[in-house]
Design a protein around this ligand. Structure first.
Ligand code: GLT
Ligand code: MN
Ligand code: MN
Length: 389
């Protein structure tokens, strides 16, 4: 029984160097864990059974490393990948930590900062591709404002668009096999961040020169912070063919960005998310963008990482039970039942159809009187989750 919750490469569970490598610094407190080298992190992830490891350029290569440092670090990192069998499905750029990015990277008011951000990103793309990345994430943590007096939001979007267009063209020019995934977030670290939600980012993508190359990397915590239904955002991204990557973690609505272990807060939401990803056949990484509580040592970090994957697999099994539960299926069939009498009105428009529909008599009162049994269905969902079905 326990074997079926064992992570395997086909589950595509990934972590960032910055996630299990998080040293537990917060705005009020100093680090509680000593930093691990990238090689040590690769071994830790191999130990817990992860499939892949992702990184920001500076998680791997310090921002002021010499070319010789870069070569050595990269050589050691690649050797660790080789030894453990871990892969690098995704990479990204740190465009938020250094003071140069305090007013944004691609949307900074300073053209020198914007140009430097492009240079840094092209170099980071080269590094990611060299390690095998096929997805490149853009989390614009500093792209925004504290005060709208500082930046015109439309100008900010124009700059953002120009940068993404430039980088798409760079990837094409290099002949790289790489897609971009925008990661929305409403706020933190900026007072307000541009492209705040999945919906904002989806609309923005349609304004780009190469919309086919650009999709989404939605994160549970980021939509949840804003009080939104994460599953609905994910479903819309999927429906648009734009779910290129996903950041799994957990979060209480309305709090600061907590980045908790997957399933730590809202198991039912996590359940419906896993069920969705599995049932639609999402093939991308299940990336856990979370970190262990600040109370933990590295044993706790391993417990955190194992917990993310194990919870995912348990919820996947619960989803199977839900979909095979005869009573649940009967309720779902009843809820969505169709006696076929509306067939003449369904599908595309025709004038005849519209005329017939306008003339059709409906028993509105009877339709409105029907109970829908969602209480029973939701209770059965709880019972599947609580392990009594
Ligand atoms: C940072 C952020 C995450 C992003 C990462 C990618 S970095 O930790 O909180 O949500 O996914 O840049
Ligand atoms: Mn986050
Ligand atoms: Mn994230």
């Amino acid at each position: 029984m326990s074997d079926m919750y064992e992570p395997k490469p086909e589950h595509k569970f990934t972590f960032g160097l910055w996630t299990v490598g998080n040293i537990g610094r917060d705005p009020f407190g100093e680090p509680v864990r000593h930093p691990l080298s990238p090689v040590e992190i690769v071994h830790l992830l191999a130990d817990v059974g992860a499939y892949g490891v992702n990184f920001h350029d500076n998680d791997l290569i310090p921002i002021d490393a010499t070319p010789a440092d870069r070569d050595r670090i990269l050589r050691e990192f690649k050797a660790a990948l080789q030894e453990t069998g871990l892969v690098v499905p995704m990479a990204t750029t740190n465009l938020f930590a250094d003071p140069v990015f305090k007013d944004g990277a691609f949307t900074s008011n300073d053209p020198k900062v914007r140009a430097y951000a492009l240079q840094k990103t092209m170099r980071a793309i080269d590094l990611g591709v060299e390690c095998g990345a096929k997805v490149y994430v853009f989390w614009g943590g500093r792209e925004g404002v504290e005060s709208d007096a500082a930046k015109d939001p439309q100008e900010g979007l124009k700059r953002y668009r120009e940068a993404i267009n430039f980088l798409c063209a760079y990837v094409k020019d290099q002949g790289y096999d790489l897609k971009f995934a925008l990661e929305p977030k409403p706020n933190e670290p900026r007072g307000d961040i541009y492209l705040a939600t999945v919906g904002h980012a989806l609309a923005f993508i349609n304004t780009l020169d190469h919309p086919d190359m650009v999709g989404l990397n939605p994160e549970v915590a980021h939509e949840t912070m804003a009080g939104l239904n994460f599953l609905h955002g994910v479903a819309q991204a999927w429906d648009a063919g734009k779910l290129f990557h996903i950041d799994l973690n957990d979060q209480v609505i309305g709090r600061y960005d907590q980045d908790f272990r997957f399933g730590a807060v809202n198991l039912k939401a996590a359940f419906f998310l896993v069920r969705f990803l599995e049932n639609v056949g999402y093939q991308g990484s299940r990336h856990f963008d979370a970190h262990a509580y600040r109370t933990e040592d590295y044993e706790g970090v391993k417990a955190f990482a194992r917990g993310c994957m194990r919870t995912y697999l348990i919820l996947k099994e619960k989803a199977r039970r839900f979909d095979e539960d005869a009573e649940i299926q009967a309720l779902l069939a009843e809820i969505t039942s169709d006696d076929g009498t509306m067939a003449p009105f369904q599908g595309g428009y025709s004038r005849d159809k519209a005329d017939a529909l306008k003339a059709h008599p409906f028993d509105r009162v009877a339709l409105g009187r029907r109970g829908l049994a969602y209480e029973r269905l939701d209770q059965l969902t709880n019972e599947v989750l609580l392990g009594v079905r």
